[in-house]
Design a protein around this ligand. Structure first.
Ligand code: AMP
Length: 539
């Protein structure tokens, strides 16, 4: 239904702007014709090259309007897409292409040299989509294809087929590709659209997150499915407050979607209030803790808007719980709850060790619902329902660790172990931190293990632990504690070299701000690096 719904907007309001990025705009009519053209071309190419249906396509760029055409074009031809932001280091992009088995890269920007290994076709989508009035698709190579037919409905990604794949940080040192089906996406959209936009249409959605983060799935598809306008701010605007606020003022944003961190930075400026953004109806937050302070400032500065705290991981399609942060909630709770569970999903609080044992003995399939802890007890948060991912792409080992299923009243429940700690109280879910070494820094999901593994591959490094350094209860930066084979003589230049090496593999937000060289790693009695002792010695 999703594709049909998006197509329908091109008939109902062809001129309406579907996406705006700076001065570039894409209307619903053009989104349809350009994605149809791309889908037809993709389908023909796949037939020619004997590419199997369902093999992914990488869409590489940032906030260009062509990104949307590429996403929709891919799924119209039966191929899931992998959005990769152009800020991703070349080596990581190469890793994603290789690990995913992508057969094509559609780019909006120059692909870094050496990024793509032999055999992968790169198409410059901006050129490719420079379609003229006569319905000709110009490809990067200069070929002009006349569009003779429209994509057929049966080509499209079907309910239980993978629609998109998002790569997240992986603790073993390699990013994991989370696969989400059309059914999962529709289950999420039906819920959020009926909760926040029961009648409204033609809203303007703020798009802050890059398309490679699952938060953007919320603004992108809430907007496209309801005939809205997606208003993207790019990374240069975000790093220039004057430009950013000018963009806000122009945008007429009515549905704000961002991480709480982004809103916190905006709130530092007193002019971030109703006068700047008079149309905002909803603030939709997800991805990290929404602090009491942030929520109360927003309710004061935007008294006519609702503030919503949504919770969920990429593996369960953006979010599974939500709560409107009313004055009553603000006076009753600090920290704030993350709310109530969407109707077609379940959230269970389980004992981690007991659950691990049950999953291991049942080889991932439980004969019954796992045992839950009683209300008020903290345990691992398990999410089950149609919104749960079908697993990590080409990664059975990590998939079997994180996903399992059980039978209940003749129905199979697909479940995901979040690694989050949580509890239920008065019917509300409370997030209680992590049970492992995954963290959120300024809204970015990071596995500390991935940074450690990347550092360990550098010959100089013997052993390493990376820790988040907190100030006033909030993670401020990362610090790496490193033991080396030979004493470091020139610390300054050694750190520069380590940083340079890391930058080849990791995005900027994963590079530790501080490095400390140790003679010896402090150890706990059971032989693990003593993180507590390290924190005591952090600077
Ligand atoms: P991501 O896959 O990037 O969306 O990250 C998912 C993780 O972000 C979850 O497992 C939580 O640890 C955290 N998270 C998401 N939403 C919230 C929220 N509302 N409050 C606290 N933590 C959150």
């Amino acid at each position: 239904m999703l594709i049909e719904t998006i197509n329908a907007w091109s008939e109902l309001c062809p001129e309406r702007i579907a996406h705006r990025h700076r001065d570039r705009m894409l209307n619903y009519a053009y989104l349809k014709t350009s994605s149809d053209a791309l889908a037809t071309w993709l389908y023909d190419q796949a037939e020619l090259k004997e590419i199997l249906r369902g093999r992914p396509i990488v869409v590489y760029g940032h906030k260009e309007t062509e990104m949307l055409t590429c996403f929709i074009g891919c799924v119209k031809a039966g191929f899931p897409y992998i959005p990769v932001d152009s800020s991703t280091p070349a080596e990581r992009v190469r890793q994603i292409i290789e690990a995913s088995g992508a057969w094509l890269v559609l780019t909006m920007q120059r692909v870094p040299e050496g990024m793509v290994q032999a055999g992968i076709v790169v198409v410059d989508a901006v050129d490719a989509l420079a379609m003229n009035q006569a319905g000709t698709l110009c490809l990067a190579g200069g070929d002009h294809l006349r569009l003779t037919s429209l994509p057929l409905p049966e080509w499209q990604v079907q309910d239980d087929e993978v629609y998109y794949i998002i790569y997240t940080s992986g603790s073993t040192g390699v990013p994991k590709g989370v696969q989400l089906t059309l059914r999962a996406l529709e289950s999420f959209l039906n819920w959020v659209n009926s909760a926040y936009l029961p009648e409204e249409r033609n809203e303007v959605f703020l798009n802050q997150a890059p398309f490679s983060f699952d938060l953007s799935v919320m603004d992108l598809y809430m907007s496209l499915s309801t005939g809205g306008t997606l208003w993207s701010v790019d990374k240069d605007e975000i790093s220039n407050p004057k430009e950013l606020f000018a963009s806000f003022a122009k945008s007429q944003t009515s549905v704000w979607v961002s991480t709480p961190s982004f809103a916190e930075v905006c709130l530092l400026d007193r002019s971030f209030n109703e006068t700047l953004l008079p149309n905002v109806k909803h603030f939709l937050f997800c991805g990290e803790i929404l602090t009491h302070d942030c929520a109360s400032k927003l309710t004061q500065r935007f008294p006519r808007a609702s503030v919503e705290n949504l919770y969920g991981p990429t593996e369960a399609t953006v979010a599974v719980t939500t709560l409107t942060i009313t004055p009553d909630i603000l006076s009753a709770f600090n920290p704030l709850p993350v709310g109530r569970v969407k109707p077609d999903a379940q959230v269970l609080i389980c004992d981690t060790d007991q659950l691990s044992a049950q999953i291991a003995s049942g080889k991932g399939i439980l004969p019954h619902r796992p045992e839950e802890l009683s209300e008020g007890k903290v345990g691992e948060l398990i999410i089950a329902g149609p919104n749960v991912s079908v697993g990590y792409l080409n990664n059975p080992e990590q998939t079997s660790k994180a996903f399992f299923s059980w039978q209940e009243r003749g129905q199979t429940w697909k479940a995901y172990r979040t690694g989050d700690a949580g509890l239920f109280k008065e019917g509300l879910l409370f997030y209680q931190g992590r049970l492992d070494f995954q963290i959120k820094l300024h809204g970015y999901r990071i596995e500390l293990g991935e940074i450690e593994e990347t550092l360990r591959r550098i010959p100089l490094v013997d052993n390493v632990v990376v820790l988040p350094i907190e100030r006033r209860g909030k993670i401020e930066y990362l610090q790496a504690f490193i033991t080396v084979g030979n004493p470091v003589e020139d610390e300054y230049n050694t750190v520069l070299a380590l940083r340079e090496d890391l930058r080849k593999h990791l995005p900027e937000y994963m590079i530790p701000r501080r490095f400390k060289f140790l003679d010896k790693m402090p150890m706990t009695p059971n032989g693990k690096a003593d993180r507590r002792a390290l924190l005591g010695g952090s600077e």
